[in-house]
Design a protein around this ligand. Structure first.
Ligand SMILES: *Cc1c(COP(=O)(O)O)cnc(C)c1O
Length: 457
């Protein structure tokens, strides 16, 4: 190995951490389409949104013009407990792949919740506390968001009620216990505790649940309980805003060593880590200052960007939430039962959807056995056991590095390593036992989801 001029890990000092979040919408020529009230089909006003979300968060949700928003001191202080997260040069992976590419990853898994979700959870809990609320409700799928939110709520002494997709509740008892350790109450969804839950159970007895369904329950629980609001861990503009801390830190770390990325890659579920990572770079691209190749990576079994429709859709199964214009598979879409890699939401961030529609980034889908193969290769050389979600980004980064091996190009690739996979060992076990299949939905499989799209415009 030749001598390394760039360290394995680039850290920022505390005083170099971002003091403001960056709102990419401010620099978008085509703003994301507004959320619509499902009853009137008119854009949601701040007042209407404030019935569901904390007032300050409703403001952030609708703010398409302010580029920088101060990070309140209390949140900045909490960030300092587990941030800055390291930007790691994947020297070992580069050597293994024999690639001339330079690969970096921003690792967000160094906190108890095990993912980037804490960046927004702490912000949302802070605003709820500041507003004098008693508590918040939310949904969680794989459990990372519920865990992050329970940590954030215990820090600010807020009550936290989590509706957990039933299949995960049963398969991931340890996640559930982590949440309970932080004082959250966890209910498997669909449940008998809400009207919408009872309705879904009556229509689909024995259903294993979905994120869209848990969202409906959490929203109903919040609107029916005095002093409560609903919070969401992805998809929304406010979440992308909070997650911009990932991209801002990445940019500052690269700048320290004069590194210019060519390709920036993130996995895409609802779009929050990808949006957060690329935001400051996308801002430069939108302002015509720089150019980057952005890649969103999603599972072939839940292909919102690559096979979805760009249309107004419900954000939840129960159709109680506002309509969002996004790439969607339809709110009734549920990925195949053998899909194990997360990223199973039917829709996508409205901001990222608009950027994708405007041709400002690429999206690709990958099959899950390829994802787990990449995860394992990565774990063996870089040491970190990745979350399956994160491994989608690893997979694409390795594809791009291998292209460089063929062409001899020395491209600089940055990807987001969103979290660790300790609670995903059932999925890893399936992979190791050869029980994992690559199920790709046919056009016929996708049709019912598309025909459930509301007729708007
Ligand atoms: C939730 C999650 C994702 C996907 O969510 P986005 O909002 O698309 O970022 C990816 N990786 C991990 C580890 C997660 O917990």
């Amino acid at each position: 190995m030749s001598e390394k001029t760039i360290p394995y890990k680039i850290y920022l000092d505390e005083h170099e951490m971002p003091k403001q979040w960056y709102n990419v919408r401010a620099d978008m020529k085509h703003k994301p389409a507004p959320l619509l009230n499902p009853a009137t089909l008119k854009p949601m006003t701040q007042e209407e949104l404030s019935a569901v979300f904390c007032t300050e968060l409703a403001k952030q949700e609708l703010d398409d013009t302010t580029p920088y928003i101060d990070i309140p001191e209390e949140i900045a202080g909490f960030y300092k407990m587990y941030r800055p997260s390291p930007l790691i040069r994947a020297y070992c992976l580069e050597e293994k792949l024999k690639t001339p590419a330079h690969i970096y990853y921003k690792f967000e898994g160094n906190n108890t919740s095990g993912s980037h979700k804490l960046n927004s959870a702490i912000a949302q809990a802070y605003y709820a506390k500041k507003q004098g609320l008693k508590g918040v409700t939310t949904e969680t799928g794989a459990g990372q968001w519920g865990t992050a939110l329970s940590m954030a709520c215990s820090y600010f002494e807020l009550d936290c009620r989590v509706y957990m997709v039933k299949v995960s509740y049963d398969q991931k008892p340890f996640r559930r216990e982590v949440m309970r350790t932080y004082g959250a109450s966890v209910t498997p969804s669909p449940s008998e505790t809400t009207q919408v839950g009872r309705r879904i159970l009556a229509e689909h007895p024995g259903t294993s649940g979905s994120l869209g369904c848990a969202i409906s329950e959490a929203v109903e629980a919040a609107s029916g309980t005095e002093g409560y609001r609903y919070v969401l861990g992805s998809v929304l503009n406010q979440v992308l805003l909070h997650q911009s801390v990932i991209g801002l830190e990445t940019k500052a770390a690269l700048l320290k060593y004069g590194i210019e990325p060519d390709i920036i890659i993130g996995c895409a579920g609802g779009g929050s880590n990808l949006g957060g990572l690329i935001s400051p770079f996308m801002g430069e691209k939108l302002r015509g200052e720089k150019d980057y190749h952005f890649i969103a990576v999603e599972p072939a079994s839940c292909p919102s960007f690559t096979r979805g429709k760009f249309a107004y859709d419900f954000c939840d199964t129960g159709k109680v939430c506002p309509l969002a214009k996004m790439y969607t598979l339809g709110s009734s879409f549920i990925p195949s039962a053998n899909h194990a890699g997360g990223l199973r939401y039917h829709g996508m961030s409205t901001a990222l959807s608009q950027l994708y529609a405007d041709g400002l980034m690429e999206a690709r889908s990958v099959e899950q056995t390829g994802v787990f193969k990449a995860a394992e290769q990565f774990a063996r050389v870089e040491g970190i056991l990745p979350a399956p979600e994160s491994a989608h980004a690893i997979c694409a980064a390795m594809e791009e590095a291998q292209k460089c091996t063929q062409t001899g190009e020395e491209k600089t690739i940055v990807f987001g390593l969103t979290g660790t996979g300790y609670f995903d060992m059932v999925a890893y076990e399936k992979f190791h036992n050869g029980d994992m299949e690559d199920y790709i939905p046919t056009d016929e499989d996708l049709e019912p989801g598309f025909s459930s799209l509301p007729q708007v415009e």
